[in-house]
Structures are given as structure tokens and as C-alpha cells.
Design a protein around this ligand. Structure first.
Ligand code: TXA
Ligand code: MG
Length: 315
């Protein structure tokens, strides 16, 4: 299908109703969440989900996260567990995704799960995402709204730059507050951290240790994931740089002299919120990017995960 254009919708009741309508028609809408902008399609509609992969230019069918309006809705699609209840009560709505066994009567397109018998579900906290999910009244599959392999979008302008002409509409509600994708916890076996993200591992550990007698510190730590190039600016990225070399621009953290600072006050939440916008901006200079060291605790773990992927050898 050829789209003549991508509509810009404002995040008022009219825009949200229009976005829900487009989703019902099997079309794609980019929408804000507290983490990054998502590229949404009806998770029960195989054609809609296929067009998500097409719009992103995703080479393979990675499984997608189903976004739902409430814990009650999540329970319609996955086998709920005590651990899920604990984490949902602590962190939903919010930047946490849970991977759980699919229910037999789930109705979710197998393109969302990439044929797995598990589903990643999340109840986002962003008021516009919540309003859209309520108006649509169904599960919305949504990867980050960027072309495959590129930097994740934290503003509608980022989405527009990457996906104009490939999707029906963009629901614009300003910059995303968290700025990093959700933390993913697998609950299909022993609880496992599948991706660091917007909820710090320490917070999850705290809740689990306080409530599960057998849970030991460090239980959630899994082997670091494969280091693949992802979130990649066009220029090379060099990490843990104290200063610039050659033609580099420096992305700083804390009290350093640099071209752009993630957080002058060394705040990790502020750095997370600024990370992708900063990479987008420095990418426009077409110069190599050096990045200051970032502490690895709290949200720093997720920031460093994204930076390592941005710096990984390109394939
Ligand atoms: O914050 C976020 O999570 C954003 C916003 C839009 O919600 N979404 C996002 O989606 O980051 P995406 O597609 O870029 O990343 C989804 C991740 C992938 O790494 C995928 O492998 C994993 O979730 N995933 C999805 N379903 C899974 C499953 N059944 N088992 C294990 N991992 C799964
Ligand atoms: Mg992504």
C-alpha cells in the first residue's frame, strides 16, 4: 500500500480518537510512551503487524511487546503468576515489560510473538498512551518507532525523520520522560533480566527480595546479551572517553567540557531522558562521537547497554 502522507495528530481527544480509529483499520500509528515513541499496530491483526516490520525495515521477525491499558487486560492474554502480580503492582503502569506464557485463547497474531509461546506485555504510564489504549480497547504491538538499527525516537520529530510516508499517523505529545526503553523481565522460568531499561535492576531486586523468601541478591542477573550493533548513529562511537581525539565531538556526563552534556549535575535519570536525543543531534554533525564514562548503577546500566550497542562493530 502506498501512503500519500503521514498525518500529524495532536494529543487531544480528537487526535486520540482518530489514532484509535486508524489502529482499528489495521493502520500504523506512532504514539508517545514514557520510554520512547512506539510504532503501534493492532496486535490481533496479522496484516497490521506485518506492516510494522515492513515500515521499520526489520530484517527478521523479532518478537514485539503488546501494550495494554491495564493489568486486567494483560491477564486476558498471558498466564498470570504471583511474581507477575508482584512486579505489576510495584511498577505498572510504567517502563517494565513482563514476558509470560501465552494463554491458549489469546488471539494475538503469531507475528507479534515470532511464533514463541510467550508474550511480552507492558502497561505504559504515559497519559496519551493510556488514553489511546483505552480508546482502542485492545492490545497494541509496538516496537520503538525508528527504522531498524537506528537510534530510538524520543520526540515526534525523530519519528517523522525516520518513518514519514511509511505510517498513517504520528500522535505528538512532546519528548518522552524516561528516554530509554522498558526493562524486560522474563517470568517463564526463573525470573531473568532480559533487557536493562527504564526501571533500574536494583528497584526490581528490592521488590523481589522483600516479597519472595527464596529470592537471592543477584538472581535476576543474567549473562550479558549478545553485543550487536543497534541504536547506531552513522558515525563511529567511542566509549569511556576522557577527552576528544581528532575530529570527535564529546558527549559528556557531569562536570566535563564537552559539545553536549547528558547531565551536568550527574543525574542518571536526566542522562537517560537526554540520551537518544543527544545521539540524534550529534549524528547530524557527521563527526565521530566520543562519550564520557557513565556510572553503571541504577539507570546507568541501561544507558551503558545502549551505548555499547551504539559503539559495537557494524554489520
Ligand atoms: O519501552 C519499550 O519497551 C518500547 C516502547 C515503545 O514500549 N518498545 C520497545 O520495543 O522497545 P522493541 O521492539 O524495540 O523491543 C522489544 C524487545 C526486543 O528485544 C524483543 O526481543 C523482546 O522485547 N521481546 C519481545 N517479545 C519477547 C518474548 N516473547 N520473549 C523474549 N523477548 C521478547
Ligand atoms: Mg527498538
Amino acid at each position: 500500500m502506498t501512503l500519500l502522507g503521514t498525518q500529524d495528530l495532536s494529543a487531544d481527544s480528537q487526535g486520540i480518537a482518530k489514532a484509535a480509529d486508524l489502529l482499528r483499520q489495521g493502520l500504523l500509528v506512532a504514539f508517545p510512551t514514557e520510554t520512547v515513541y512506539g510504532l503501534g499496530g493492532d496486535a490481533r491483526n496479522g496484516d497490521a503487524v506485518a506492516s510494522i516490520y515492513e515500515a521499520k525495515g526489520r530484517p527478521s521477525f523479532n518478537p514485539l511487546i503488546a501494550h495494554v491499558a491495564s493489568t486486567e487486560t494483560a491477564k486476558r492474554f498471558v498466564e498470570w503468576t504471583d511474581q507477575a502480580e508482584l512486579l505489576a503492582q510495584a511498577f505498572w503502569p510504567g517502563p517494565l515489560t513482563l514476558v509470560l506464557p501465552l494463554r491458549s485463547d489469546h488471539g494475538i497474531s503469531s507475528l507479534v510473538t515470532a511464533g514463541l509461546d510467550t508474550l511480552a506485555v507492558r502497561v505504559p504510564a504515559h497519559p496519551t498512551a493510556r488514553a489511546l489504549l483505552a480508546a482502542f480497547d485492545g492490545p497494541v504491538a509496538a516496537p520503538s518507532a525508528n527504522p531498524s538499527g537506528q537510534i530510538s525516537p524520543t520526540t515526534a520529530a525523530h519519528v517523522r525523520a525516520g518513518l514519514t510516508g511509511r505510517i498513517a499517523a504520528i500522535l505528538d505529545d512532546g519528548p518522552c520522560g524516561v528516554g530509554l526503553e522498558s526493562t524486560i523481565v522474563g517470568l517463564t522460568g526463573a525470573p531473568a533480566l532480559l533487557r536493562p531499561g527504564g526501571v533500574a535492576l536494583e528497584q526490581i531486586e528490592e521488590v523481589m527480595q522483600a516479597n519472595l523468601h527464596h529470592h537471592q541478591p543477584g538472581d535476576l542477573l543474567t549473562a550479558p546479551g549478545q553485543l550487536q550493533s543497534h541504536y547506531a548513529p552513522d558515525a563511529p562511537v567511542r566509549l569511556n572517553a576522557e577527552s576528544c581525539q581528532g575530529d570527535e565531538v564529546l558527549l559528556g556526563f557531569g562536570t566535563v567540557t564537552c559539545d553536549l552534556n547528558l547531565s551536568e549535575s550527574s543525574s542518571l535519570p536526566e542522562a537517560a531522558a537526554n540520551l537518544f536525543a543527544a545521539l540524534h543531534k550529534l549524528n547530524e554533525t557527521s563527526r565521530p562521537i566520543a562519550v564520557s564514562p557513565i556510572p553503571n548503577h541504577g539507570l546507568g546500566a541501561a544507558i551503558n547497554d545502549r551505548l555499547r550497542r551504539a559503539a559495537a562493530p557494524r554489520d
